[in-house]
Design a protein. Structure first.
Length: 253
């Protein structure tokens, strides 16, 4: 192994150790290539090689135009997490975040309410088809989770978001739903949640949050049905082509 190869392996090991130690938490974005190069006293190409190795080990995920995000072996390499369906995840969020909204309506502080309103304004202005891990939607829900002032609840909600964004099959389903969901409905849902929490109405906050997830579930059903129909059409089309009279005539020549 050359000195250059040893160098990138050293950087890979150091970053991996920092991830395991929690210095780079799951779901967080790594520092830039330049910052990492300065931190470890190496060139940017060396850092890039280390990132490629980390991605191959499924410890990080490289998102074009956004950055490098920590996955962590405790999430991606866990068989239980891999087997979770998008519907199961959404069902868990309904139960947990519905109660979190109710608790937040009672516990939220004024400065947290101000931050929640700012996140709501970002949701109103963002492109619904470009919802990312660093977007306003996660920020909105995260503020509510933190406003419960219950660290167990906040950590569990954060964990569910990490699964949603870092497991490919769930992330793909989520983005398909976001693209299919009506923009006005999405905004109205978040406004209702904010209004209930701002009013300190625990029951209304719970109902508003569950209503939001009900709309998401409906959109997910629509997407699933559409995909199933397209798959069925493709199968029929292939069968029609395979067993057509013209195809059989060609084979007999």
């Amino acid at each position: 192994m050359s000195n250059k190869e040893r160098l990138y392996v050293t950087v890979f090991n150091e970053i991996s150790a920092l991830i395991k130690a929690g210095d780079f938490p799951v779901g967080s974005r790594l520092p830039t290539e330049r910052e990492l190069a300065e931190r470890f006293g190496v060139s940017r190409p060396t850092v890039r090689e280390a990132i490629i190795a980390l991605e191959a080990k499924e410890e990080v995920s490289v998102k074009a135009g956004s950055g490098v995000y920590v996955l962590g072996n405790n999430l991606i390499n866990d068989d239980f997490s891999r087997e979770i369906s998008a519907f199961e995840l959404l069902e868990a969020r309904v139960l947990l975040e519905g109660e979190a909204a109710a608790l937040a309506a009672r516990m939220i502080k004024q400065e947290e309410l101000i931050e929640l309103e700012k996140a709501l304004e970002k949701i109103k202005s963002e492109d619904i088809k470009d919802v990312s891990s660093s977007g306003a939607d996660r920020q909105f829900h995260s503020i509510i989770a933190q406003a419960t002032h219950n660290r167990v609840i906040a950590k569990q909600i954060d964990f569910l978001w990490n699964i949603q964004e870092n497991l490919n099959h769930i992330s793909t389903a989520h983005h398909a739903v976001c693209a299919d969901e009506d923009r006005s409905t999405r905004i109205a849902d978040h406004v209702a949640i904010y209004d209930a929490i701002a009013a300190g109405d625990t029951n209304a906050a719970r109902i508003a949050m569950r209503g939001h997830f009900s709309d998401l579930l409906e959109a997910m059903h629509d997407v699933s049905e559409s995909q199933a129909v397209e798959a069925a059409k493709l199968k029929v089309s292939q069968m029609r082509k395979r067993f057509s009279v013209s195809e059989l005539s060609t084979q007999s020549k």
